[in-house]
Each structure stands twice: as structure tokens, then as C-alpha cells.
Design a protein. Structure first.
Lengths: 419, 1061
């Protein structure tokens, strides 16, 4: 009998960071998280699964459109109609969400309790599922410790929404150690919360399946669910299945050996071609990061807009609707030795010394922050704090910004003045 | 650092070209176009920083190689070579790989870009620097900064940064990139909120749906009950009439319930059998009548077998021949009369010709050929006689013509009436007209030559007169010295000199005289010589006139010869003219006269010849005429003989006239015709008589064989007619007998068939009696009627019961009847109407609830598959991404602008004083003292740089000429470089033809300045222009100037060709 384990559906959470441009395949990113859920249900039905486990974060916490919950219900009905059982628990996002209200899910869909740990026994399937959902959005205690003892004669599955010992980019919720889990005596731990797929242990299995659909470039690669087999009282055949419809990826292009903008285009073409080929026919949302100390830096820097347009056009030409250039980051550096430039007592040296000086000075940083506040104060909250923050009040971010300014000015002040 | 030596070992077009750059002061590198000036400049960069992968200088040598020697200010020297390649390109002169850092130290960390912009300057960059100064209005900070960085324009960079920042965002705009995106983002977020649906809304909608569903359930239950009652009432309404009908049918069935059931077709079968039996009996009766009639026909027939033997065709032929026989009998008498009349006519004709019938009359008639021949001979005689008459007439006419021509030939010709003309002149040889014309042309040519000669003579004589007049005029002015005279004088002088020598040698006395003579002659010769020179023009004129005179005289002598030759030619022509006329005996006059005479004579000669020819022709014609006449006379004689032969058969002789012969011939022809008629009649009469006899024999024979009873009855015609008639009647009777026999056979057969059919039909009827159980055929109809009535009643009953069954379903019919008992149809119908009304009310209420239900369901559906809020969120995220990217860019360009502006100002603050002081020294020198100094106009905001004129007035940079601006920029650049040299180790300053737009005075000044700068910084000035070289040599002390010339040929180190001073 097959069991499908998924988590972090984040239904109707919009894909982020995708800049619009002429020719971008806008229609293909709408409803991506819903399409991934449909793929999950299809998978369960195709595999003839007896049980589907959803380990939290079905919804996005602050998402308020009830249509999302109804869509979830419709998909659960599809499973129920075919006799597939579903067990889910609330993640931190679900605890914060109001979308559960009034939602009459089919009887085949069971929720684990969130006030204390509980068990659901499926005698006909020969297994028991244990777990506890989140009662509130932030659960700081180790929930795993209070989980019931395994039931003899059944295959015991534990479900938990947790960051375990902590994972980068993920808030630390329901912390626990791997040994807390391993020592529990369950056969399989179906975890949720961490969006990157990870198998923490194979005996017993402790698995983060990752989220169902990557939502921005910080969630690159294939996304989907884990399928395993329960037979003869044992868990086996653990496999990951990609279910995403849009795949994020970062194309790092080292252009150190490129002498001109056209050479750079050639290198980008090669990198994108490989990336598109690796996307399994899905829409690839690729960030192009052009890096390295390059003779082409001056050309790229002086005509920044032109090269962005060229690379987007190249993307359309290469893959048409199968590729979205998420963002183009030109992080090339001039080959000039900045230290020596700064050492010179002339006009150019003066400028770059001035820039160096700014980095060390708190006053100077404050001045810059003030200078930028003309725009900063008008920006949406998402760009002022959180993962997308521009960090104009953050010393490290400002140092990076000054580095970019250096690279912006270099080709304009030296190198023939043919700007 | 100084570049002490540059070796272009294998580079561009150079091979082993070494420049020694070690001397202080200015190095001026001169190369004409294509000499490799630019190559050498690139060579310096390549030496210091490496050869580019794609090099313009690799066209000659496969492996590029440059050598160099450099020295730092601290005295460190480095000799090295540079190869083209990707690594290990820096090596020692002996080939060991050197670390780039060794050279980088000496370069003071200056990279290629900085080297090219800071230490390289060409006239294009100089001009652009001047322009940027003007464009920036001479703003002090930017001007000094630009001069400091060497290339580009800081103002332009700042402007571009500011423009880009503004394009991205300004605090108050709504249309800039970021401003617009922010607005759209706000709208998208609002849309997300507006499109989001709440759980309560859905729950409410769901409750409404469930309530409607419950209500609908109740209504449906009531409706079902009503429907059931209505169905029962409607059943009763249908059952009641059926029950009434059933009772009626049962009453009908009762009397016939026991009747025997016959098959459905019993009646049809019976009536068909009876109808067929009647028809059969009727046919049998008709047949008996037909047979009786046939027997009567047999009894009436009479037939003779002998007559049947007579063939029918033969009877028909006999009938036909009998008609011909009758016509022949009538015709025979008429023809016999005609024969007698014809024979009488022949006899009369013979008598008229004097012959009797005894003669064989046929032989008298001439044959057709003989008649034709006589007619042809008659026609021939007329023709012969006509031709003979014509021949005789023609002969007489020709004879008269001959006589006339002979008379005219004997008359004399009028042309010969010339005095002295010999009578046989026409027979003598006459010159041809062409010969006379040729003589006429020769006489004309002779005359023309004479005229021309005379004209030329007149012209030459005039020329001679003029030459002589000039000579006289020249000679009147004194004798003219001549070359001959000079030669003569010299000869005399030579002779005198010889005499003097001889006298001296001999020691003779008189040597003194000889010497005196020599001196005189010496003087004379000199005088002639002098005069020749002095009076050269006169001598020349004299010589020319003399020459013209001689020439004219010579030409006159020539003319005399020509004249003589002309006379001789005239005499010869006259003689020749007489020759052709000698044989004619005529005196030769002018060619024109003689030509006229000659033409007339030629014509007379032609006429005489024509008359003789005409006479010959007339005589020949006369001989012809006589011969023809004789031939016709002979022909007439021959005809007479043939005529006599031809008419003999008519009994005529030779003398008979043709008309006579024609008459006899006509009479004999008619006799022949009459004889033919008589013969024809005779033959016909005989034929008719034979046919009549043959028929009579045949009829007699037929009568005897087939109808002997008629043998003695009447004539042939009667017998024959009777035979034909009786034979035909007999044959008709035989044919009728055959018909009757055939009909009798058919009737007999039909009689047998009818008997068999009748028997079968009667058996059928017997079977029907059995089936119906009756004895008599008359009882069959009643039995059939009873069977039918029973069957119909039973069917009706079954139908009614079936209808009842259908209406009542499985209910017991007895129950149904019980329920219906006592209920009237009227009652039942009013119950139905009541129930229907109630149902309509229920349905209306139900529709209402259903409407509400579907409304609620539609409301709920709106929640399903709805993702408009999510779509708006996608939109918002895209805008957020754009805002973020644009904001990052805006921050970069804004900070770049801010930092650059600040540093430009800081640079000005720290460098203004020393840089301006030095530039202010250089600028007046570079402009040849046209300007006093540089100053800062602090009244302007921001402060700007100004040139100060000789009278102390401030001149804004925008007011300076292009050239002066170039010089200002050069002054600032040099000041910056000197400042740089003060704090860092400078690299060689490489100037590429920077002076080409400077006038001579300023070029000199600039070269002096460069030589001075060259004491502190190594200055290499490359130029194409010789005048720069000349100016440098003039302006700069030799110890501060080193000249190099570039040429592709080979090495010419430090050796310049002698340049024009």
C-alpha cells in the first residue's frame, strides 16, 4: 500500500521576484501552487495510494481569500471519492490562517489534534498516525517529546511541523533533535515546515519532503512530495516525486574570460540552454547572475539596460514560453586593481579613496541612508524588512551597495573616457 | 620611470628597429604616413602591458617581440623583452621568464587603462578636452578633475548618472519608472483585498442552500401524495365507461355462444367456389354450339381433285397471256395494212430515179462515208479558190513597192553638197566623235596652263620688285657687314699674321709694317665682327631681303622653262589634230566645227544603210508571194482529180457541180429510209402471228388434262376464261376445309378441360358442408354469420378486459368493479379537477423553492475555482520585483552621483592652488603671450575658470577660440602631470601629434614647454609633420631635443636626414 507525504502547500502564495517584461510567459505562473496540488492528488490516485499525509502549512498565513480553502476542499473530495484517506495537521501558517473556518472537509480527511498529541488508527491499512498540529503561529516547545508510544502490530507514522534543530531561512518552531525522533520507535517521521527536501534519517525514515511548488528564487530546484510503500509491517521504497509546475533556478555565469558583451551573451546562452534542458519541460524561472572580473565589465556597466534587454530577448529566443528570466544580476568587476588606484594621489585615486572612506564611517552610512530615504520611505513594507528588504539601513547591505557604486564608476572614469 | 630604449624587434612592419630614448628633454619621433608612427605608439603599450590577443601588428611577423629598457627614479633599471602570448610573455633579454610584478613595481601600479588615459594624449582627445571645458562652462572643480583623469568628462558622467536617477524616480512624479510601479503595486494590493472572499460569506450561502433543500423535500412529499390521489381518480374516470361497454357485449354474445366457429375465410372460400362453378357451366354450353356450326360447314364444301393438280402460278400466267392474245388479235390487222402502203411507196421512188424494183434497190443508196467525202471536197474547193485570190493580190502589191524603193536609191544625198567634198566621202574613214572630244579637252587644258603661267609670273615679279626695293633701302644706310666679309677679313688677318711670323722668323725688315698691317687687319676683322654683332638686326634684314630676291629670281627663271615647254606642247597638239582628217580629204577646222560636220556625216551614212536594207527586204517578199500563188494553183488541180473519183458513185462525172451532187445524194437517202420502214413492218406482223398460235395449243392441252368437260365448249377465249375461274374456286374451297378441321380439334380439347374443372369445384363445396356441419349448400351462409357474431363479441370482451387491466395494473378487477360500483362518471370527473388544481398550487410553490435553491447553488459555485485574488497577488509580486530592481539601480546611481560630486569638489579644494598656479604659468606661454594668466571667477556659482587678457579682463572659457581652449586644456593636463610627478613616479608621456592644430608661433611655444616638462617627465612626441620637426629644431636647444625618424626600411638610430633649413 502506497502512502504519499507532502507538506508546505502554501496554496495561492504568489510566486515572487518575477519581473515582468515583454514576452514573459505571464499566463504560466498563475495558479502554480494550485496546479501543484492537483498534481499531488493525481499522483495519489495514479499510485493507488491508501493514505495521504499533509504535514502542515496548507495555507499561507496572511492569505484571506476563502476560494483557496474551497479549492483545497475540492481536491480532498477527489481523493475521498476514490477512497483515499487523508491526515493533516496545522502548521504555523495554518494556525494563523482563518481559512479553516466553516470548511466541511470530507469524512475521509482527518486532522490531528493541536491541543495535545493524538493518534489516528487505520486498522484496515495496518497503520497508526501520531502527531500534533500548531495551536498558535509560534510554537516554541518540543512537541515530539509528548508524542504517544508506538502501537504494536501496526506501522507507526509520526507527523510533525518543525524546524528540528534549526534550518536557515526558517523560523525555529517546535524544535527537537533528530534523536528525539529516531528514538521514538516510529517507522516513518513525516515532517513539514522546511521547504528544502531533506532526508534526515533512513532508519527510521525522517523526511522533509520540501514544499510542493518553489515560490521564489530562494527555493530553487525540483519540488514535490515523497511516496513510500507500507507492506508487511515495514516502510520501504521511499521516493521523491517532482510535482511543481514552475521551477526556479540560478544561472551563475562566470565571464572572467569574456572580452566583450557579445562573448558574455554567448556564455549566458550556454548556461541558459543547460538550465532549460534540466527543467524537465516545466517553466523555468531563472535568475541570471553574471559574475567575475572581466574585460567586458565596462561594456556591461555602461549599457546596463541594453544588456538586460539582450539577455531577455535571448531567453525568449532560446526557450519561448518555457523560460522566464526572473532577474539579471550583473555582478562583474573591473580588472583594475582598486587598491593601487586608491594609492594614487590624483583625481581618480581621490574618488575611490573617497568611496573606501565611506565604508568605514557610521556618519557617512547615515548620510547615505538619509539620501536614499527619499525613495525608501515610499517603498512597500516588503522591501523595507523581511527577506526582500533592500537593507538601506543595514551596514552590510550598504557596503555591498558601495561596492556596486565602485564598479559603476570605474569604467566611466578610466579606460579611455569613451563613455 | 623612463623608457630608455624601445626595440621593435618583430612588431608591425618593423624589424630590429631600436629607438634610444635615454637622453633627457623632448624626444621627437617623426614618421611620414605609413612609416609606423601608430605602430610604435602601440609598441610602447604592448611592451609595458602585453600584446593583445587580437593584434593589428601581427601581419608580418609570426612571433611578435618587443624589447625595452626602463629605469625608475631610484635608479633601478630593467631590460626585458615582451612576446605575444597568453602567459609568460615577459622575459629577460636572454629569454628567462620574468615575473610581471618586477615590471609592475617600476610602473608604480599604473594599469593599462590609466596609462592610456593619463599618460597618452592625441589631438582628438586634446580637442575633446577643450570642448568639455567649454561645455562645463569652465567650472573649476570639474575642469581640474577632467585634466586630472586625462580622458572623458566628469560633467558628462555626473549628468548621465543624474539623468538615470531621475528617469527611475523623483519624489513627486507619478510617471517615473518606480513611481508608476509603486502606484500600480498599491492598486494590485487593493485588488487582492477586494477580490478575497470571507469564510462567513461562504457559510451563509451554504446555509441558504441547505434551507432551500429542506423546504423542497417537504413540498415534494405533498406533491407525491396528491399525485397518487389524482391517479386513482383519473383511473376511475377511465374505468367506468369500460365497465358499461363490457356489459353490453356480454348480452350480444349470449345467443351465439354455442355456434360452431368457422375459419375467418369460410365465407370467402364458399362464394369463390360457387362463382367459378357457374362460369364453368356457361363455358361448356357455348362450346357445344361452336362444334355444331363446324359440322354444318363441312357439309357445304364441293372440291375437284383434278383441278387441284393445276398449279396456281400457271393459272395466273395463263390469265396474263390471254390478255396479250386479245390485244395482238386486234393489232395484227392494222399492221398488215401499213406494210402494203410502205411497199407501194418504194416502188414509186425507184421509178422516179429511173430504176425498177428488180434492181437490188439497197445497193443504190450511197454509203455514209461516200456522202461525207463528197461534202468535204465541196468545202475544200471553196477554200482553195479563196486563198488563190489573196495570193495573187499580195504579189501585185509587193511588186509595186520594189519599183518605188529602187527609184529612191538612185537619188543623191543632200549632206554631200559640200564644196570640195569628194563624192565617196561617206565611204571614207571618218574620225570618231570620242577622238574629236579628247582633242577638244586637250586644247582647253593647254589654254588654262597658259593663263596660270601668266598669273604666277605677275606675282613673282611683284615679290622681286619688293625685295629689290628693300635691299636698296638697306644699302642706302651704308654697307652691310656680312659673314663672308668677316671670313674674308679673318683670312686676311691670318695671312697677315703668317706674314708677320715669317718676317720675324726671317728677321726681315718690314716686320714692323707687317705688324702694322696685321693690326689694321685685326681691327678690320674685329670691326666687321663687331658690326655683325652690333648691326645684327640690319644684317638679318639684309640677309632676309637678299634671300627673298634670289629666291624670286630663281623662280622667274623656272617660269621661262615652263613657258617654253608649253609652246612645244601646243605645236605638237596642232600636228596631231591634222592627222585623222587626212583620209577624208577635208581641211581640219576647230574641233567644235569638225564635230558638227562629223555628226551629220555619221547620220547620212546610217540613213543610206537603212534604205538599202529596206530594198533587200521588199525583193525577198516579192519572191515569196510568187511562190505562194503557184502552190495554190497546183492544189486546185489536185482537188479536181479527187472530185471525179468521189462523184462517180452517184453516176456523175468530173464536171458535175457540187450542188448537183448534193441533190442526187438527198433522193437516194430518202429511198433508203423507206426501205427500212417496210422491212420493220414485215418482221412485226410475223412475230404476232406466231404468239397467237402458241397460246391456242397450250389452252387445248390444259383443258384436255384438267377439265375435259369443257373440251368442246366455245372458243379459245371462253375455254381459257372458264378454266382459270373454276381452278381458283376449287382452291378456295380446299383452304376453308383445312380451317374447319383445326377449329374442331381446339373445341374438343377445351370440352375436356371444362369437365375436369367442374369436378374439382364440386368437391370443394362438399368439404365446406362438412366443416359447417350442415347438409345443404343453402345452409352455409347462416352458419357463417353465427360464427362471425360469436367471434366479434368475444374479441370485444377481451379488448375491454385488456384496457381495464392496463388501467388498473395489478389490482384485482373484481376490486375495481367493486370500487366503481355506485360511482357515477360525473362524480369521478369533478374529483379529478379538484386534485389537479391542488397540484398546480403545489408545483408553483415548488418552482419558487427551486429558484431559491439554484440561486444559492450559483452563489456557492462562485467560490469554487475562483482565483482572481491570487492572480492579483501574482501581479503585485511582479511589480514588487520590478520596484526592487529599479530601486537598487536608483540607489547605485544616486550614491555614485553623490560621491563623485563630493570628490570632485574635494579634489578642487586640495589641488586648485598648486595646479592653477602652474597652469597659469604655462597657459600664457602656450598662447604666445596672448593671455596673461588663468584665474578663478569666484562671483560665479559655482566658481569658474577664466583666462585673463593682457589688460586684466576676465574672459570666460566659452568665449575662447577652439585653439586657445586646446592650449588651456594642455596647460591643465601638463600641470596635473607635473603634480602627479611630484607625488608619484610618472610614466613616459606619449603625445600623438597634439600640435597639428597649433599655428607656428604657438607650436614653437608648445615645443619649448614640452622640452621643459621633459626635464622632469619623459616626453615622447610622435608626429607625421615635418614642420613640427623644423619648429623643434629652431626652438629647442640641441641638448634638450632628440630627433628620431621612423621608416620601415631599416635602422637609422638617431639619424635624421638633412632637413631643409
Amino acid at each position: 500500500m502506497k502512502v504519499v507525504h507532502a507538506a508546505d502547500l502554501h496554496l495561492d502564495s504568489a510566486l515572487g521576484g518575477l519581473e515582468r517584461y515583454e514576452g514573459a510567459p505571464v499566463h504560466r505562473i498563475r495558479g502554480a501552487t494550485r496546479a501543484a496540488l492537483v498534481n499531488l492528488v493525481d499522483l495519489a490516485l495514479d499510485e493507488g495510494a491508501g493514505l495521504v499525509l499533509l504535514a502542515g502549512d496548507i495555507y499561507d498565513g496572511d492569505w484571506k481569500d476563502y476560494s483557496t480553502a474551497l479549492f483545497f476542499r475540492a481536491q480532498m473530495l477527489r481523493l475521498a471519492k476514490e477512497g483515499v484517506k487523508v491526515v493533516w495537521l496545522r502548521g504555523n501558517h495554518d494556525a494563523a490562517s482563518h481559512l479553516q473556518q466553516h470548511l466541511d472537509l470530507p469524512a475521509a480527511v482527518s486532522e490531528l489534534p493541536h491541543k495535545r498529541a493524538g493518534s489516528l488508527v487505520f486498522e484496515e491499512l495496518g497503520l497508526a498516525v501520531h502527531g500534533q498540529g500548531f495551536a498558535s503561529r509560534a510554537v516554541a516547545e518540543n512537541l515530539a517529546l509528548a508524542y504517544p508510544e508506538p502501537l504494536p502490530g501496526l506501522v507507526n507514522l509520526g507527523m510533525l511541523h518543525t524546524s528540528v534543530t534549526g534550518r536557515e531561512g526558517h523560523a525555529s518552531y517546535a524544535p527537537c533533535t533528530l534523536s528525539d525522533l529516531v528514538n521514538k520507535g516510529y517507522d516513518y517521521w513525516a515532517l513539514g515546515h522546511v521547504h528544502q527536501r531533506e532526508v534526515l534519517s533512513e532508519a527510521p525514515w525522517v523526511v522533509f519532503p520540501g514544499n510542493l511548488q518553489g515560490r521564489h528564487v530562494r527555493e530553487p530546484g525540483a519540488k514535490g512530495a515523497t511516496v513510500f510503500d507500507v507492506s508487511g509491517g515495514r516502510v520501504g521504497g521511499v521516493e521523491h516525486r517532482a510535482l511543481d509546475v514552475v521551477r526556479f533556478g540560478i544561472c551563475r555565469v562566470d565571464v572572467s574570460s569574456c572580452a566583450s558583451g557579445d562573448d558574455v551573451l554567448g556564455a549566458v546562452r550556454d548556461a541558459l540552454t543547460a538550465a532549460v534542458a534540466g527543467a524537465d519541460g516545466r517553466l523555468l524561472a531563472a535568475r541570471v547572475s553574471i559574475e567575475g572580473s572581466s574585460a567586458a565589465h565596462a561594456e556591461l556597466s555602461r549599457e546596463a539596460e541594453r544588456w538586460v534587454a539582450e539577455i531577455r530577448a535571448l531567453g525568449s529566443e532560446l526557450a519561448g514560453d518555457d523560460l522566464w528570466i526572473e532577474k539579471i544580476r550583473v555582478a562583474t568587476r573591473d580588472r583594475v586593481d582598486l587598491a593601487e588606484l586608491c594609492a594614487r594621489d590624483d583625481a581618480v585615486g581621490q574618488v575611490f579613496r573617497g568611496l573606501q572612506a565611506l565604508r568605514g564611517s557610521a556618519d557617512a552610512r547615515d548620510a547615505i541612508t538619509r539620501e536614499l530615504s527619499a525613495l525608501g520611505s515610499k517603498l512597500p513594507a516588503a522591501l523595507r524588512s523581511g527577506p526582500l528588504s533592500l537593507g538601506w539601513d543595514d551596514p552590510a547591505a550598504l557596503d555591498l551597495l558601495l561596492g556596486d557604486v565602485e564598479q559603476l564608476l570605474l569604467p566611466r572614469l578610466i579606460g579611455g573616457g569613451d563613455a | 620611470m623612463r623608457l630608455l630604449e624601445l626595440g621593435l624587434v618583430r612588431f608591425g612592419g618593423f624589424t630590429d628597429r631600436v629607438l634610444d630614448l635615454s637622453a633627457p628633454g623632448l624626444h621627437l619621433v617623426f614618421g611620414k604616413n605609413e612609416a609606423g608612427k601608430s605602430t610604435a605608439l602601440r609598441g610602447i603599450t604592448a611592451l609595458l602591458y602585453g600584446v593583445p590577443h587580437i593584434s593589428a601588428d601581427a601581419y608580418l611577423h609570426d612571433e611578435l617581440l618587443i624589447s625595452g629598457r626602463v629605469r625608475a627614479d631610484d635608479g633601478t633599471e630593467l631590460s626585458f623583452v615582451r612576446r605575444k602570448g597568453r602567459k609568460n610573455t615577459l622575459r629577460s633579454p636572454s629569454g628567462e621568464v620574468l615575473d610581471e610584478s618586477a615590471l609592475a613595481r617600476l610602473l608604480g601600479g599604473v594599469g593599462q587603462g590609466v596609462f592610456e588615459t593619463t599618460f597618452g594624449l592625441d589631438h582628438e582627445r586634446l580637442r575633446r578636452g577643450g570642448e568639455e571645458l567649454a561645455r562645463g562652462g569652465g567650472e573649476v572643480g570639474k575642469s581640474l578633475f577632467d585634466a586630472g583623469i586625462g580622458g572623458g568628462s566628469v560633467k558628462r558622467v555626473l549628468d548621465e548618472l543624474a539623468a538615470e536617477a531621475e528617469r527611475l524616480f523623483t519624489p513627486r512624479s507619478r510617471t517615473r519608472g518606480i513611481n508608476e510601479a509603486l502606484r500600480e503595486y498599491g492598486e494590485a494590493v487593493k485588488r487582492v483585498r477586494a477580490e478575497s472572499t470571507r469564510p462567513e460569506a461562504w457559510a451563509q450561502q451554504k446555509q441558504a442552500l441547505e434551507a432551500a433543500q429542506a423546504e423542497l423535500g417537504q413540498i415534494d412529499a405533498r406533491r407525491a401524495e396528491h399525485k397518487r390521489l389524482l391517479a386513482a381518480a383519473q383511473e376511475l374516470v377511465k374505468v367506468l365507461p369500460l365497465l358499461a361497454r363490457r356489459e353490453m357485449v356480454q348480452r350480444v354474445l349470449e345467443p351465439v355462444a354455442q355456434a360452431r366457429l368457422l375459419p375467418d375465410d369460410a365465407e370467402a372460400r364458399r362464394t369463390a367456389l360457387e362463382r367459378e362453378l357457374d362460369a364453368t357451366l356457361h363455358d361448356a354450353r357455348a362450346l357445344a354450339e361452336q362444334l355444331a356450326e363446324i359440322e354444318r360447314g363441312f357439309a357445304e364444301l364441293r372440291i375437284s381433285d383434278e383441278l387441284l393438280l393445276l398449279d396456281e402460278a400457271r393459272v395466273d400466267a395463263l390469265h396474263e397471256r390471254l390478255g396479250q392474245y386479245r390485244r395482238d388479235r386486234v393489232d395484227l390487222g392494222k399492221r398488215r395494212g401499213e406494210l402494203l402502203a410502205a411497199e407501194a411507196s418504194v416502188r414509186r421512188r425507184l421509178a422516179a430515179l429511173g430504176r425498177s424494183l428488180a434492181d437490188d434497190a439497197r445497193t443504190l443508196v450511197p454509203r455514209r462515208a461516200e456522202g461525207a467525202r463528197i461534202k468535204a471536197l465541196s468545202r475544200e474547193r471553196a477554200k482553195i479558190e479563196a486563198e488563190l485570190g489573196q495570193a495573187r493580190q499580195r504579189e501585185a502589191r509587193v511588186r509595186a513597192e520594189v519599183a518605188e524603193l529602187e527609184a529612191s536609191a538612185r537619188a543623191p544625198l543632200p549632206e554631200l553638197a559640200l564644196a570640195g567634198a569628194p563624192p565617196d566621202l561617206l565611204d571614207r574613214a571618218l574620225p570618231s566623235l570620242e577622238a574629236i572630244d579628247e582633242f577638244a579637252r586637250r586644247f582647253e587644258r593647254l589654254e588654262r596652263d597658259r593663263d596660270q603661267l601668266a598669273a604666277r609670273r605677275t606675282a613673282i615679279e611683284a615679290e622681286l620688285d619688293r625685295a629689290r626695293a628693300e635691299l636698296t633701302e638697306i644699302q642706302l644706310a651704308g654697307p652691310v657687314p656680312t659673314e663672308a666679309e668677316l671670313a674674308r677679313a679673318r683670312a686676311e688677318r691670318a695671312a697677315a699674321l703668317a706674314a708677320v711670323k715669317a718676317a720675324i722668323d726671317a728677321g726681315r725688315e718690314g716686320a714692323a709694317e707687317a705688324l702694322a698691317e696685321l693690326e689694321r687687319l685685326e681691327r678690320a676683322a674685329d670691326e666687321v665682327s663687331d658690326r655683325l654683332r652690333r648691326e645684327a638686326e640690319r644684317v638679318a634684314r639684309f640677309g632676309a631681303s637678299e634671300a627673298r630676291r634670289r629666291h624670286a629670281e630663281g623662280r622667274l627663271a623656272g617660269l621661262a622653262d615652263e613657258s617654253q615647254a608649253l609652246h612645244a606642247g601646243a605645236a605638237e597638239l596642232d600636228r596631231a589634230w591634222q592627222v585623222p582628217w587626212a583620209p577624208t580629204g577635208l581641211a581640219a577646222q576647230s574641233p567644235r566645227e569638225m564635230r558638227g560636220l562629223c555628226e551629220r556625216l555619221w547620220r547620212a551614212r546610217e540613213r543610206r544603210a537603212e534604205a538599202a536594207a529596206a530594198l533587200d527586204r521588199a525583193r525577198a517578199s516579192l519572191a515569196d508571194g510568187s511562190r505562194t500563188r503557184a502552190e495554190h494553183e497546183q492544189a486546185l488541180e489536185a482537188w479536181s482529180t479527187r472530185w471525179a473519183e468521189a462523184v462517180a458513185c452517184l453516176g456523175l462525172d468530173r464536171g458535175a457541180a457540187p450542188e448537183e451532187a448534193d441533190d442526187v445524194q438527198a433522193a437516194l437517202a430518202e429511198l433508203g429510209t423507206e426501205l427500212d420502214v417496210a422491212d420493220g413492218l414485215r418482221h412485226r406482223v410475223r412475230g404476232m402471228e406466231q404468239a397467237c398460235e402458241a397460246l391456242e395449243h397450250e389452252v387445248a392441252a390444259l383443258i384436255a388434262r384438267h377439265l375435259p368437260t369443257l373440251a368442246s365448249a366455245g372458243d379459245l377465249e371462253h375455254q381459257a376464261t372458264a378454266l382459270i375461274q373454276q381452278s381458283r374456286q376449287n382452291r378456295e374451297a380446299a383452304r376453308r376445309r383445312a380451317d374447319l378441321e383445326a377449329r374442331r380439334a381446339r373445341c374438343t380439347a377445351r370440352e375436356r378441360e371444362l369437365g375436369a374443372a367442374r369436378q374439382i369445384l364440386e368437391q370443394g363445396l362438399e368439404r365446406l358442408l362438412g366443416e359447417a356441419g350442415v347438409a345443404q349448400r343453402s345452409e352455409l351462409a347462416a352458419a357463417e354469420a353465427a360464427s362471425k357474431a360469436r367471434r366479434r363479441a368475444e374479441a370485444d370482451l377481451a379488448e375491454i378486459d385488456a384496457a381495464l387491466r392496463e388501467l388498473c395494473g395489478t389490482a384485482d378487477l373484481a376490486d375495481v368493479r367493486a370500487r366503481a360500483a355506485g360511482v357515477s362518471l360525473l362524480d369521478a370527473r369533478s374529483r379529478v379537477a379538484e386534485l389537479e388544481e391542488a397540484l398546480q398550487e403545489i408545483d408553483a410553490a415548488r418552482d419558487d423553492v427551486r429558484d431559491r435553491l439554484s440561486q444559492a447553488a450559483r452563489g456557492l459555485e462562485l467560490f469554487d475555482d475562483r482565483q482572481t485574488a491570487a492572480d492579483a497577488q501574482v501581479e503585485a509580486e511582479a511589480l514588487l520585483a520590478k520596484i526592487r530592481t529599479d530601486a537598487e539601480r536608483w540607489a547605485r546611481v544616486t550614491i555614485a552621483w553623490r560621491v563623485l560630486s563630493a570628490e570632485v569638489e574635494r579634489y578642487r579644494a586640495t589641488h586648485q592652488a598648486p595646479l592653477l598656479a602652474r597652469a597659469s604659468e604655462l597657459f600664457p606661454r602656450l598662447t604666445g603671450g596672448r593671455h596673461a594668466r588663468l584665474a578663478v571667477d569666484h562671483d560665479a556659482e559655482p566658481p569658474v575658470l577664466c583666462a585673463v587678457g593682457p589688460s586684466g579682463d576676465f574672459l570666460p572659457i566659452t568665449s575662447l577660440s577652439d585653439g586657445t581652449r586646446d592650449q588651456l586644456y594642455l596647460a591643465l593636463r601638463l600641470a596635473s602631470l607635473e603634480h602627479y610627478a611630484g607625488v608619484s613616479e610618472p610614466l613616459p608621456l606619449c603625445l600623438d601629434d597634439v600640435l597639428i592644430n597649433f599655428d607656428d608661433e604657438r607650436s614653437l611655444a608648445a615645443l619649448e614647454v614640452l622640452a621643459e616638462v621633459g626635464q622632469r617627465i619623459q616626453v615622447l612626441l610622435f608626429t607625421h609633420h615635418e614642420h613640427v620637426v623644423q619648429a623643434a629644431q629652431a626652438a629647442i636647444a640641441p641638448e634638450r631635443l632628440t630627433l628620431h625618424e621612423l621608416s620601415r626600411g631599416g635602422a637609422q638610430p638617431n639619424a635624421l636626414p638633412a632637413l631643409p633649413a
